[in-house]
Design a protein around this ligand. Structure first.
Ligand SMILES: [Fe+2]
Length: 141
């Protein structure tokens, strides 16, 4: 499996909401840390530590995001929530596997994260922000 590359933040990744963008930026920073660990051939323990950090940050981000979508009465809230749940389940399984004798290839994990977060930001988060701009003004995130 080819090495996953770091994700460089560009305006393309902005959904036009500075508070959400801040979280996404932070999450991608942690993702880039994981990629660096692989590049520097660091051990799995360190990788697992940073992956848990990313999980904590993700949970917090999802909570805020779900509240934000609830406030704007976003019609796709349940669907979006189930994406979040699937992610949490998948990453929790990676965390369990990493502490087993037969850990998964960290490259497999970063490949999943890269795809998931790119879709999350470019497709799903962009959608609710567009909905919000079209329908109302919710002042706080
Ligand atoms: Fe998000």
């Amino acid at each position: 499996m080819d090495n996953v590359k770091k994700i460089v933040w560009t305006n393309k990744l902005s959904i036009g909401n500075p508070v959400v963008d801040y979280d996404h930026n932070k999450l991608l920073d942690i993702f880039n840390n994981l990629v660096e660990l692989i590049e520097n051939k660091k051990n799995d323990q360190e990788f697992a530590k940073i992956l848990s950090k990313m999980t904590d940050y993700s949970l917090n981000h999802f909570k805020k995001e779900e509240e934000y979508m609830r406030k704007m009465s976003y019609p796709l809230l349940d669907e979006h929530k189930s994406y979040h749940r699937d992610y949490i389940y998948k990453v929790a399984m990676f965390n369990v596997d990493l502490s087993n004798n037969n850990p998964p290839d960290p490259k497999e994990i970063t490949a999943f994260l890269e795809e998931w977060w790119t879709n999350h930001i470019l497709i799903h988060d962009n959608k609710y922000e567009k909905y919000k701009n079209k329908t109302q003004s919710v002042s706080t995130y």
